[in-house]
Ligand binder design. Structure first.
Ligand code: ZN
Length: 265
C-alpha cells in the first residue's frame, strides 16, 4: 500500500483525459516541440485558464517539461541566450496553466570548457528568470561535461545558485534511467542528491535499456530494462516525491507500469 502520487508523461492535447485514462492524479507534458526553439504552444481547447480550471476541478496536477535543447549552462551565446528566453517563455506558460513545476535538463558545457563557467551560467540564468512556479532541474544521462550527470557537478550547480534571488523556487527532478545510465549507483542516489540539494521534488521513474554508466538515454518499461527492480522501487519509495513515468507506450502500458511499481513499494 502506498499513497505516492504516480502519473505519466502524456501528449498535451487533453492532459486531463490522459490522466483519467490512467487513473492518475498527475501528468507531465511538453508545450510544443521539445526539439525546437519556437516558443511554447498550448494545444488544449479553451486555452490556459480553462486548462487550469479543468485540471483543478478534476484533481489533476500538471507538470510541464521544458524543451530538451534548452542549455542555459553553455558558453555558446547563440545557444545560451535563446535558451534563457525559451526557459522564461515556458515558465510563463506553465504558470498560466497552474502547473506544479517546470522541469528542465541541467545542460552542459563543451569538452574544453571549465565546468565552473557552466555553474556560473546557471547562477545567471536563475537570476535572470522570473521564477513563478518551482523550476525543477533534472539529472541527465550522457555527456562528459554535463552539469547534472554526476553528483559533483550537481553540487557545483547548487553551490553556484545558492543565495541567488529565486533559488528557493529551484528544486530537483531525479530521473532513475538517467542516474543509472549516467553512472550513479541507485542504492545511494536519493541520499546523495538530498545531501546536495536538500530536496527531491519529482521522480522521473524509468527503467533503462542500457547498462550502468553507458551514458545512453533510452527509457524502458519497468522490468524490461537493466535496472534492478528492487532498486528502482527503493528510489521511488525513499525519494517520497510525486512520480512521473516517462516509459514507452500509452495508457495500457502506463497502467501496467504503475501496477508493477505499486506492487514493490
Ligand atoms: Zn526524465
Amino acid at each position: 500500500m502506498s499513497e505516492l502520487r504516480i502519473g505519466a508523461h502524456v501528449e498535451q492535447t487533453d492532459p486531463i483525459a490522459e490522466a483519467q485514462a490512467r487513473d492518475a492524479p498527475l501528468v507531465q507534458f511538453f508545450l510544443g516541440n521539445p526539439q525546437s526553439y519556437k516558443g511554447p504552444v498550448l494545444a488544449y481547447e479553451g486555452g490556459p485558464e480553462k486548462l487550469r480550471a479543468d485540471a483543478e476541478a478534476a484533481g489533476v496536477d500538471l507538470y510541464v517539461h521544458a524543451p530538451y535543447l534548452i542549455n542555459v549552462a553553455t558558453t555558446n551565446n547563440r545557444q545560451r541566450i535563446p535558451s534563457r528566453k525559451l526557459l522564461q517563455q515556458h515558465m510563463d506558460a506553465a504558470a498560466e496553466i497552474g502547473a506544479r513545476g517546470l522541469i528542465v535538463h541541467g545542460g552542459h558545457v563543451t569538452d574544453d570548457d571549465d565546468p565552473a563557467k557552466g555553474f556560473d551560467n546557471w547562477r545567471k540564468a536563475i537570476a535572470a528568470t522570473d521564477i513563478k512556479i518551482p523550476l525543477l532541474i533534472e539529472n541527465t544521462a550522457g555527456g562528459t561535461n554535463a552539469m547534472t550527470r554526476y553528483l559533483e557537478r550537481i553540487a557545483g550547480v547548487w553551490a553556484a545558485i545558492d543565495g541567488t534571488e529565486g533559488a528557493d523556487q529551484v528544486g530537483f527532478c531525479l530521473d532513475t534511467c538517467h542516474a543509472h545510465a549516467g553512472g550513479n549507483p541507485l542504492d545511494t542516489i536519493v541520499d546523495d542528491v538530498l545531501r546536495i540539494t536538500g530536496r527531491i521534488d519529482l521522480v522521473h521513474c524509468n527503467d533503462s535499456r542500457d547498462d550502468f554508466d553507458s551514458g545512453a538515454d533510452r527509457h524502458a518499461n519497468f522490468g524490461a530494462g537493466r535496472i534492478d527492480p528492487d532498486l528502482l522501487a527503493a528510489v521511488v519509495r525513499d525519494a517520497g516525491a510525486p512520480v512521473v513515468c516517462e516509459t514507452p507506450g500509452g495508457a495500457a502500458e502506463h497502467l501496467a507500469d504503475f501496477a508493477w511499481l505499486r506492487e514493490r513499494l
